[in-house]
Design a protein around this ligand. Structure first.
Ligand code: ASP
Length: 427
């Protein structure tokens, strides 16, 4: 039913009776006559309006009772088909766009702003024509999930697919991904594919493409320029750098966090500038450290998800950790207070966890700064019980790293957690 996406009841009947569909260019007569495009609607919206986009670019809801006449001028499918011819330019590099879902993975149509769930090479070409001037883009749909539904099994699937492309002739790989859990996926890829010889760039969008303010196309264009021009390898997240459409930030996959629910520049590199910024046609590098400690590509694909992230707070019930131990959890990452503390009510369960050989790591719930457990007595006590301070590793990144360490080299989890694999912490 994507031809009538989001329409129901009277509004749906109205479109059908007048033989117009989403994406069609129409002549519409209300108090005056205008040309507009029929826009998709949200599923649960009322049935007394249709939404159209006028030439000015504005989306407007029109009450059915205001419309005196509506007539199809040109059909959506015919316009799309004529845009669908991909011209490969042998002078440009090849890039693969792997789609995993999220708002970004919907087809973006500049003309209508319409959203459909699958993204094919043809549709991409038709939707963001600027891309064809930067690179030859192939597209493949790996799966189609909003990122809140992405599980560690999906990470493995993405990683295996990327690993199979390490020696391909693609200059780099774009991974279209929902923004909600993008930082977790980026972290897993950074560890499992450490030293990957090409740039892997996760790209999402904060605004659905049926809004004039969508960031999807610009994020894709910025990410593509980054792959072509930066010369970087490793895993990055490319999103708006500010509320404006000026620059796209490319954050290191192990230092990035979604810090705003809805702003286009929701992603930030914690404690530093983004590794790269794409501004117009130039790519500015802010990051001096190497992305990986090792030079060679040595993929290690595996994980064990028996790791818990525990945010300590006043009144925290230590029985919750007791339950984790009883449920067979093998590692716990604490998000402690300040420099890396939990209260003394936790000491007994921490000792018990240690006796059971559970790895205990400490990060901080402060968004910036380093864990330092040597300053206060409580920190020193915790270290004495075997809690390992994890420098300035972001807690979610530490969680993913512990899952990966457990799944690839469980015996050495402590050593691996303390080894900088992909610039996840400051030395
Ligand atoms: N909830 C969506 C997701 O993470 C939001 C988005 O697509 O950015 O998939």
């Amino acid at each position: 039913m994507s031809e009538y996406r989001g329409y129901n009841g009277r509004a749906l009947e109205f479109l059908k009776q007048n033989k117009v569909k989403v994406g069609d260019t129409v002549k519409i007569i209300t108090d005056f006559e205008q040309t507009a495009t029929i826009m998709p609607r949200y599923e649960h919206s009322d049935d007394s309006h249709i939404v159209v986009k006028f030439k000015s670019g504005y989306n407007v809801g029109l009450g059915l009772d205001k419309i005196k006449k509506i007539e199809c001028l040109s059909n959506a499918s015919s316009t799309l088909e004529s845009n669908n011819i991909i011209k490969h330019n042998p002078a440009l590099p090849k890039i693969l766009l792997l789609s995993t879902g999220g708002t970004i993975a919907s087809r973006i149509d500049y003309r209508t702003g319409s959203v459909t769930p699958a993204l094919t090479a043809q549709e991409l070409n038709a939707s963001v024509p600027e891309l064809a001037e930067i690179a030859n883009i192939d597209a493949e749909v790996l799966f189609s999930e909003y990122s809140e539904n992405i599980t560690p099994e999906h990470w493995i699937k993405i990683t295996q697919k990327l690993d199979s492309l390490a020696k391909s002739d693609y200059k780099g790989i774009l991974v279209a991904h929902g923004t909600d859990t993008m930082q977790y996926t980026a972290a897993f890829l950074s560890f499992a594919l450490a030293g990957f010889p090409k740039p892997i760039v996760l790209v999402g969008s904060q605004r659905s493409s049926d809004r004039p303010s969508s960031d999807a196309a610009l994020n894709l264009i910025g990410a593509t320029k980054f792959i072509v021009k930066s010369g970087a390898n490793g895993v990055f997240v490319a999103m708006h750098n500010s509320e404006n459409d000026d620059d796209i930030a490319c954050h290191l996959g192990t230092r990035v966090r979604k810090n705003h629910t809805s702003r286009r520049n929701a992603f930030e590199t914690v404690g530093a500038k983004p590794a790269f910024v794409v501004s117009g046609d130039s790519v500015i590098q802010n990051f001096a450290r190497p992305y990986y400690n090792q030079k060679d590509y040595t993929p290690k694909i595996g994980l064990d998800s028996k790791v818990a992230l525990v945010k300590y707070h006043p009144g925290y019930d230590s029985k919750l950790v007791e339950n984790l131990l009883d449920s067979g959890y093998k590692a716990i990452i604490f998000e402690g207070t300040g420099l890396g503390h939990v209260g003394r009510t936790m000491y007994d369960v921490i000792k018990k966890a240690k006796q059971r050989d559970v790895f205990l790591g400490m990060t901080s719930q402060c968004l910036d700064g380093q864990v330092n457990m040597a300053i206060y007595e409580s920190g020193r006590d915790l270290m004495h019980f075997g809690v390992v301070p994890l420098s300035d590793m972001i807690s979610e990144i530490a969680l993913v790293k512990a899952m990966w360490s457990l799944g690839t080299n469980a015996k050495n989890i402590k050593d691996i957690m303390l080894k900088n694999i992909a610039s996840e912490f400051r030395e």
